[in-house]
Every structure is written in C-alpha cells, then in structure tokens.
Design a protein around this ligand. Structure first.
Ligand SMILES: [Zn+2]
Length: 209
C-alpha cells in the first residue's frame, strides 16, 4: 500500500519545482515495488504534489475522503485561482473517470481499510485532509502528510499558515496526538529531517519506524 503518489517529473517541471524531480515510480522501484502492481493507494489530499502521480498506479484502488474529492471536483470555490493553483487538472480528471467504480473509494470519516491501517479524517490543511494510522512495532504511528509540513508545526503547536483552516489544524493535532502511541512517530509531509535523520534503506528512501 502506498500513501500519496507524488507528482511525476513532467508535472514537476511544468510547476518549476526542481527539488521534486524524482518519479515516485522510480523511488518505489528501488524497493523492488512496481508502481503498476500496487493495489492500494491512500490519497491524503488532492494538492498536485501529493495526487499528481495517480496515473502511475493503473491498477490501484484510491482511498480519499469524500469531502476532499467533492471540494476539488464539485465546489465552485475549489476552482477559483488560489485553490486551482494547488491542484492538477489531469489528476482530478483521472480520478473523476474512476468515480462509480471499485477503484475510487470515498470515505466519510475514520475507517480501517486494511488490517492495521486506518484512514483518519484530519481536516484543516484542506477540507477533507486525512492521515493514515499504521500499526508498527513501536505502536501506532501516523503518516500525517500535510496536517503539518515539518515536525516543528507539531512540537510548537503552530500549523503552517499554508492551510485553509488553522483552527481545524489544531483540532486535528489533538486528534492525532490522542491516536499515536508516541508524539515522535507522527510524521509531517515535507520535512527534510525525514531524509536526513532516519536510516537509509535505498537511494532516496528512509525507514521512519
Ligand atoms: Zn498540501
């Protein structure tokens, strides 16, 4: 199971984000996993740098919160410039074509989707942001994605202003802290420490727990 797809290099170049040049499919390949064989993909939210690679997973079932999907595909506000700039039309279209099929699962709140893997509604950064609670040898760890961009957002209780609802972010922090077995295994979405401070198991890949 994969959480978020990243963005493929072509989209990254178009967005002029040279630090995100690697294809997520190539990174998975270094772990011996073919993106084309992945069966389950959780999308934490639909910003382009998390959902822009959906087409790299042609067999996967995608799990996301209905509130997230509907905001970006149905709500006219989601199409206005400050929001439209954060998404990628091609990936939204890809998901829209899966609507009504088994490959698109729209969740309404918290749900264990596979043994030991729970999707948890965690709004704030976006209307239908979700986190993933994973049972590990160290207890329940949380892939928090952009609930926080860096660890300091959690430790200083100060969410990134790049969020649609700051009060919602803080409520989500309470929920994640209550669900995690330890605060140090709640992981943010964009912290370089996740590369630098954890054991490297393949080029560009670290083991967090
Ligand atoms: Zn985001």
């Amino acid at each position: 199971m994969v959480v978020d797809t990243g963005a493929d290099p072509e989209l990254t170049q178009r967005r002029k984000k040279s630090e995100l040049v690697e294809s997520p499919a190539v990174a998975l390949g270094r772990l011996g996993i073919e993106a084309a064989d992945v069966e389950h993909v959780v999308l934490t939210h639909l910003h382009w740098d998390h959902a822009g690679g959906v087409h790299l997973f042609p067999r996967a079932t995608f799990y996301l919160q209905a509130a997230e999907y509907h905001f970006w595909t149905r709500d006219p506000i989601g199409a206005r410039p400050p929001f439209a700039n954060m998404t990628d039309d091609a990936s939204l279209q890809y998901l829209a074509e899966l609507e009504g099929t088994k490959r698109l699962v729209l969740l309404d709140g918290d749900l264990e989707i596979l043994p030991g893997i729970q999707c948890m509604s965690a709004p704030g950064h976006t209307p239908g942001q979700q986190a993933v609670v994973v049972t590990t040898a160290r207890g329940k760890a949380i892939i928090g994605s952009d609930c926080a961009h860096v660890f300091r957002n959690y430790t200083e209780d100060w969410p990134s202003a790049f969020s649609m609802d700051l009060a919602g972010c803080l409520r989500t922090y309470e929920k994640l802290r209550a669900a995690a077995s330890s605060p140090d295994i709640i992981f943010p979405g964009h912290d370089p420490l996740m590369y630098d401070a954890y054991p490297r198991i393949a080029e560009g890949v670290t083991q967090l727990v």
